[in-house]
Design a protein around this ligand. Sequence first.
Ligand code: KIV
Ligand code: ZN
Length: 387
Amino acid sequence: MEQVYIFDTTLRDGEQVPGCKLNTREKLELALKLEALGVDIIEAGFPISSPGDFESVEEISKIIKNATVCGLSRAVQKDIEVAAAALKHAKKPRIHTGIGTSDFHIRSKFNSTREEILERAVQAVKWARNFVDDVEFYAEDAGRTDNEYLARVIEAVIRAGATVLNIPDTTGYCLPEQYGQKMAYLKNHVPNIDKAILSCHCHNDLGLATANSITGAVAGARQIECTINGLGERAGNTSLEEVVMVLKQHKHLGLYTNIHTQMLNPISREVADTMRVPVQPNKAIVGGNAFSHSSGIHQDGFLKDSQTYEIINPDEVGADGSKIVLTARSGRSALAHRLQKIGYSFNRNDVDVLYESFLRVADSKKEVEEEDLHQLARAYKQEPATV
Ligand code: KIV
Ligand code: ZN
């Protein structure tokens, strides 16, 4: 089994979401939780972007003991110097510097040429290496960058001292197959690639961020950049909880992470509350419905053996437990189960009769609640067995 390093960018790419701005105290609290979760690298912020973000990166650097603390910069000397200053106290500092490498970025953003951009990339990495030993280079919009040119850039920045190569699908454009092939191309065409770690950084504009990151790792990347709840620019970044559980579920891939998975749901709630972005109910692993069963066919199977409809035990990811939700699509076994849970013991015939009244209530509302069950049971003129 080989380790895939988890690079969490909730405090940087995640915090770029409008309305998610965090103050230093909030960032510090979340950084400590991320370290406890077991992430390998915490991208703490973009120090040159504001005095507040500089302070956050500086304070996080002081308190984080095990994880690498990373600060973002552009391929600009001043940015790199400011990032280095903010990381001064970090036990394991990393400067993350880079530049756009797709022709869209080279022409429209920089009004430049491929050769000039390659030179700027090399100079940025060399400059950053004056301050820290661990320098990650990002080739922004690598997803739409020509592979042959990308390979040249990567080879040059490794020679300049880059230790990690971030291959961002900045616009969330790639298909999993394309992203995997890009990683494989770099593995096979960059002569010094064994001197550095390839990293996946995928955005979710087409809902493919998790699939792309996993395909990238299968093709040889050993770091995945992700955020709690998949927060991030536009449609978000790769969701940490998803990639971690994919690798845990599919052990045949031969890849593992050091994440303590029982902490996934608690930290998801913490991030949702602090950043004030509720988690969508159907979100994998951490959504409110991730372990809820509502249709009769599923409920019956689940009650016979949970594994018929659950591939993950909720305890494994710190979720509250599986739920049998009662709706007009629910069946008799679910009704009997829920009645029993609140203290009523009815035989099969009783449940058959009760089920008719249950359906009338269920058709009139979205979900049948515990109080409705009490009313149904009382109307059936039976006192609760244990109440
Ligand atoms: O999506 C992206 O390209 C980024 C880089 C700054 C790493 O977030
Ligand atoms: Zn990004």
